[in-house]
Design a protein around this ligand. Structure first.
Ligand SMILES: [Zn+2]
Length: 444
């Protein structure tokens, strides 16, 4: 007769098997238990109870157009969030931008206190889809994906912040914590000058220890500890206008187009190469006369094959991982510019746009904390995303004042295109991760 006794006894004799059994039990019990405190488990329950409401809130704000150049729409979205933050006892304010800036304004919501880390949570209310875009509506594609303008970049992230804080509020966990929520109204096309449009954000950072950015996620198991800065450059070259038969002689020289070609080739061969440093000439005009419109980036050129070019102009961009890298690249460019071909001269001007957010120890430490939160939630490890692949965002403006972590928002695809989607299946999990991270930081 077959019994279970015999094989079990046999197995128990096998010490190795016994050992693996114990390891298995330990691993599986820690996995199923989740390393959360009782308070943290209450936060999780609140998030689960509120998730359906969070998604209908997202639908509501997506269906209000808030293209950056639609200030009224941006403010309407801001007011919907304002009311929601008022309900969870945040002090809210709408900060108008000056009329001639043609930007809406920013929503700030704040709790005050002294315990733990002081947090700045960053989002933006505007999207790239203007009022005349055909893409205006939140529509479910299947049971987990919604086709939604700005749903992923980044109204989804804004809603994650709201519902993470709502869960903390419901459990009375925001008392004596300083949290500033800053939702800008012009992230997709920042108002100029930056000294005005980013003043309130920078001031909030100066009163905080840590900034968390909820821009769309670059993958469920990735967060942003560094992102490159971006800036612009304009190169103008002048040559001697003359009959082409005289080119190369002492009096006429090389002409503006040859000099421009030399400079660009030297940029390519002598400045290119450092990790995370890229620069791109985006538009080029050359001839007897050129006319490049700075606003539209459109222009005209006139020239003849029998006339030595008198002028050439290039407009380009430069991306960098640190101020030092930016300055070094600019110095090399200036040096190349100065080494002119005969009878030509060149001038380069640089403009600052987004500063870099470097991969500091403080930022990496925040990633470690997030990683532990994620593991404790059984959501897997979280790694640093390649800074070379991530575009610039509002966290960059505060990176010099606080430790930063970004990319904590929703998952999705096709941001900035008419195919933008937001993944609602991971929405609840990401809200839990954000809430536990915030909870642990304000109790640190
Ligand atoms: Zn964005």
């Amino acid at each position: 007769m077959f019994t279970f006794k015999q094989p079990i006894l046999q197995l128990l004799k096998m010490k190795k098997y016994y050992f693996y059994c114990i390891i298995f039990v330990i691993i599986s019990s820690t996995l199923s238990a989740q390393n959360l405190s009782n308070t943290e488990k209450k936060i999780i329950t609140s998030i689960e109870n509120n998730n359906a409401e969070a998604i209908s809130f997202l639908k509501e704000v997506v269906n209000i157009n808030s293209g950056t150049m639609n200030p009224k729409g941006v403010k309407r979205v801001g007011m919907v969030f304002k009311e929601a933050f008022d309900e969870i006892d945040f002090n809210t304010s709408w900060i108008e931008m000056p009329k001639d800036m043609n930007r809406s304004g920013h929503l700030f919501a704040e709790t005050s206190g002294n315990k733990g880390k002081k947090l700045l949570l960053i989002g933006h209310l505007d999207t790239v889809f203007e009022a005349d875009s055909p893409f205006q509506e939140f529509k479910m594609v299947n049971d987990s994906i919604a086709h939604a303008p700005g749903g992923n970049d980044m109204k989804g992230g804004d809603v994650i912040v709201l519902y993470a804080l709502k869960a903390l509020h419901e459990n009375g966990l925001l008392n004596d914590a300083q949290i500033i929520v800053a939702y800008t109204g012009d992230e997709e096309s920042t108002g100029k000058p930056l000294s005005i449009s980013r003043k309130d954000l920078v001031n909030a950072a100066k009163r905080s220890d840590i900034a968390l950015g909820f821009e769309n996620s670059t993958g469920f198991n990735y967060a942003t500890v560094a992102r490159r800065g971006s800036s612009g450059w304009k190169l103008e070259v002048t040559g001697k206008r003359a009959h082409s038969s005289g080119i190369f002689n002492e009096r006429v020289g090389a002409g503006a187009i040859f000099e421009m070609s030399r400079i660009l080739n030297d940029f390519y061969t002598k400045v290119k190469g450092e990790e995370y440093l890229t620069f791109n000439p985006g538009v080029l005009l050359g001839g007897t006369f050129t006319d490049l419109d700075a606003m539209t980036s459109k222009g005209n050129a006139f020239g003849k094959s029998n006339v030595v070019a008198q002028t050439a102009v290039v407009k380009g961009g430069l991306r960098f991982i640190s101020e030092e890298q930016k300055e070094n690249a600019r110095a090399k460019m200036r040096e190349i510019i100065a080494n002119n071909l005969p009878q030509t001269s060149a001038k380069i001007t640089f403009t600052d746009s987004y500063p870099a957010m470097g991969p500091t120890e403080g930022n990496k430490n925040l990633l470690n904390i997030l990683n532990t939160v994620s593991l404790d939630l059984n959501q897997g490890e979280v790694h640093a995303y390649d800074p070379g692949k991530r575009g610039a965002a509002d966290t960059s403006f505060v990176a010099e004042y606080v430790d930063c972590l970004d990319g904590l928002g929703t998952m999705g695809s096709g941001a900035h295109t008419p195919k933008e989607t937001v993944n609602l299946k991971t929405f609840e999990a990401l809200t839990k991760r954000a809430a536990i991270l915030i909870y642990r930081l304000i109790n640190q």
